[in-house]
Design a protein around this ligand. Structure first.
Ligand code: ATP
Length: 514
C-alpha cells in the first residue's frame, strides 16, 4: 500500500489543528507509521491517549456490564459481555448483508477522480428565483463556511441561509447531469452509484484463493449475534437482556478524515439489547435517555450533544420496518455549528437473528417461560458508539484555550476520564522535599494513576500537567516539612488550598467519585 502523509484535512478550523498538534506533542495520538510518513486512516495512541481511551472503555464496561443501569421496573438490567474474533466465517457477512447485500453504494467523480459514499453526499438545489441552473453536491461533513464559500464562488446568493431545497444524493439520481460534485468545476461528472463494500479482505492459510477469503469485521455487533445462542445456553440470562462488546472494527473508508473521527481502523462499544417485540419501544426510549446520560457523565456538556432522528431516506435496511434510528451527536469543532454522529441507537427489529437463523440453519427463536412458553424472535435495540470517536469528543470538549496561563491551554477532562488523576511536585529538586514527594507517590500509586515530577521550575511543571489535563497537583514545599500539609492546585480554577498529607488519598477518592 502506498504510504500517504497523514494530516488532518484543512477544512477543519484552526482549533482542530491545535488539538491535533497538542495530541502529538503530549503523547495522546500519533499518525500510524509516523516515521514513514503515515498511512491514511490509521492512528496510534500514545501513553496518555491509551490511558484516556482505556478510561472511557472501562467506564462504558462498568456502566453496561459490571454495574448495569437500573431498568424502568426498578431492578438492575441483565447484561453480559463477550469478546469475539475479528475474523469470522465469511458466511456471517453474507447473512448480515455486508457481502452481496446492502454494501455501500459509491459514486466517482470523473473530473477529480475522487470517490464518495453516496449516502454521504447532500445536494443543494437552488430556488428557481435565483436563476441558477446547477445543483451543488456537498460532503455531509462540509462546514457551513465551506458551503457558503463554494456557493458564493458559483454566484449563488447565501445570506446566512441557503435559499432552496436540500436532498440526499440518492434522491437526485435523475439529475446527475446537473450536479456539481464537491470538488469539481464542471457539472455532470458524478457516476451512477456502484456497490462497493468497505470490508478489508484477507486470506486464511497459505493459499490465496477465493475459498480462503475472509474479512476483518466492519462492526462488533455481528460477533454478538453469533454468540446469542451460546450465551443463552451457557449463562442464566432471560429476556430481556443485553450482550455487550468492545473491540476493533475496520472499514476501508473512501475518505478518512477529521483526525480520528473517521478512520479505517477504530474501536466500537456496542450493546445488543434483546427483548420481546412488543417491548421494543419501551426499551428504545430507555436507551435514548440512558446513553445521553452516559455521555454527560463523562464530561460532555448538554449544549454540545443532541439527539437526531434519522430522516426516512437515511433508514438502514434493518430499520425500515421498525421504530427507526436516532443518533447522539456531538458538536465537533469541524462540524460546528452542526453536529456529527457519536453513537447510533437503532431498532434492528429481528433482522440479524432471522438472517443468521436462515443462513446457519440454527434455530434462534426464544422460548419464553415468563410468557406461557411463547416462541418468538426477539427484537433488538442497539446503542452502538465509537470508542475512538468518543475519545475525540472528550478531547475536543476538554480543550480550553486560556491566555492567562503559561501553557496557553488546558484540557478540562472530567477527573474520571483524565489520564493522570494527580501530579506530585516537590518545589525543590534537592533536600528533603523530593523524599517526602516520593513517599506520597508510593502511597498513592496503587490506587490512582499519578505522576511524580521532580525536575524543572514549578511553572513549567504546572503547564505540562495543564496540557495533559491532570485535575490536581500536590506541591511539597518547606511548610510541608513543618506541618505535613501540601498545597493542592485545582486545574481549572488554579485555586490552591492546603491539605494534610495523610488526607491526600481521601481527597482524591472523594473528587473522583463525582
Ligand atoms: P457513519 O455514518 O459516520 O459512517 P455509521 O452510521 O456507519 O457511521 P455505525 O455503523 O452505526 O456507524 O457505527 C457505530 C459507531 O461507530 C458510530 O456512531 C461511530 O461512532 C463509530 N464509527 C463508525 N465508523 C467509524 C469510522 N470510520 N471511524 C471511527 N469511528 C467510526
Amino acid at each position: 500500500m502506498q504510504p500517504a502523509k497523514q494530516e488532518p484535512e484543512t477544512q477543519t478550523d484552526i482549533d482542530m489543528k491545535d488539538i491535533v498538534a497538542l495530541c502529538k506533542r503530549r503523547g495522546f495520538i500519533f499518525p500510524a507509521s509516523d516515521i514513514y510518513g503515515g498511512i491514511n486512516g490509521f492512528w496510534d495512541y500514545g501513553p496518555l491517549g491509551t490511558e484516556l481511551k482505556n478510561n472511557l472503555r472501562d467506564y462504558w464496561w462498568h456502566r453496561m456490564v459490571t454495574c448495569p443501569p437500573i431498568g424502568p421496573d426498578g431492578h438492575p438490567l441483565q447484561i453480559v459481555g463477550v469478546d469475539s474474533a475479528i475474523i469470522q466465517n465469511p458466511k456471517v457477512w453474507e447473512a448480515s448483508g455486508h457481502v452481496g447485500g446492502f454494501s455501500d453504494p459509491m459514486v466517482d467523480c470523473r473530473e477529480t477522480k475522487k470517490r464518495y459514499r453516496a449516502d454521504h453526499l447532500i445536494v443543494f438545489i437552488p430556488d428557481p428565483s435565483l436563476g441558477v441552473d446547477k445543483l451543488f453536491a456537498f460532503h455531509e461533513e462540509a462546514t457551513n463556511e465551506e458551503q457558503e464559500k463554494r456557493l458564493k464562488k458559483f454566484g449563488v446568493k447565501f445570506e446566512g441561509k441557503f435559499i432552496g431545497d436540500t436532498r440526499r444524493l440518492e434522491n437526485c439520481l435523475d439529475q446527475l447531469d446537473k450536479i456539481l460534485a464537491p470538488d469539481a468545476k464542471e457539472v455532470g461528472t458524478l457516476t451512477e452509484p456502484k456497490e462497493f463494500n468497505l470490508m478489508f479482505e484477507t486470506y486464511c492459510g497459505p493459499v490465496q484463493s477465493e475459498d480462503n477469503k475472509a474479512y476483518l469485521r466492519p462492526e462488533t455487533a455481528q460477533g454478538i449475534f453469533l454468540n446469542y445462542k451460546n450465551v443463552l445456553d451457557s449463562s442464566r440470562v432471560k429476556m430481556p437482556f443485553g450482550i455487550a462488546q468492545i473491540g476493533k472494527a475496520f472499514r476501508n473508508e473512501v475518505n478518512p478524515r477529521n483526525f480520528i473521527f473517521r478512520s479505517r481502523e477504530f474501536e466500537q462499544m456496542e450493546l445488543e439489547w434483546f427483548c420481546h417485540p412488543e417491548e421494543a419501544k419501551k426499551w428504545r426510549d430507555f436507551w435514548f435517555e440512558e446513553r445521553q446520560k452516559f455521555w454527560r457523565d463523562v464530561g460532555l456538556t448538554s449544549d454540545n450533544i443532541q439527539m437526531r432522528d434519522h430522516d426516512s431516506d437515511e433508514l438502514s435496511h434493518y430499520a425500515k420496518e421498525g421504530l427507526g434510528t436516532a443518533d447522539i451527536e456531538y458538536k465537533f469543532p469541524f462540524t460546528a455549528p452542526d453536529f456529527g454522529e457519536l453513537e447510533g441507537i437503532a431498532h434492528r427489529c429481528d433482522f440479524d437473528l432471522t438472517q443468521h437463523q436462515e443462513h446457519s440453519k440454527t434455530k434462534l427463536e426464544y422460548l419464553d417461560p415468563e410468557r406461557n412458553n411463547e416462541r418468538y424472535m426477539p427484537h433488538v435495540i442497539e446503542p452502538a458508539s465509537g470508542l475512538t470517536r468518543g475519545v475525540l469528543a472528550l478531547i475536543c470538549e476538554a480543550y480550553t484555550p486560556d491566555p492567562d496561563r503559561p501553557s496557553g491551554v488546558y484540557l478540562n477532562f472530567h477527573p474520571k476520564m483524565a489520564p493522570k488523576k494527580a501530579a506530585i511536585l516537590p518545589l525543590m529538586a534537592k533536600g528533603e522535599q523530593p523524599e517526602v514527594a516520593e513517599k506520597l507517590y508510593m502511597a498513592l500509586r496503587e490506587e490512582f494513576s499519578v505522576d511524580l515530577d521532580i525536575k524543572q521550575n514549578i511553572g513549567k511543571r504546572y503547564a505540562r500537567q495543564d496540557e495533559i489535563g491532570t485535575p490536581y497537583c500536590f506541591t511539597i514545599d518547606d511548610q510541608t516539612l513543618e506541618d505535613q500539609t501540601v498545597t493542592v492546585r485545582e486545574r481549572n480554577s488554579m485555586a490552591q488550598e492546603r491539605v494534610h498529607i495523610d488526607k491526600v488519598a481521601e481527597y482524591l477518592r472523594e473528587k473522583l467519585r463525582g
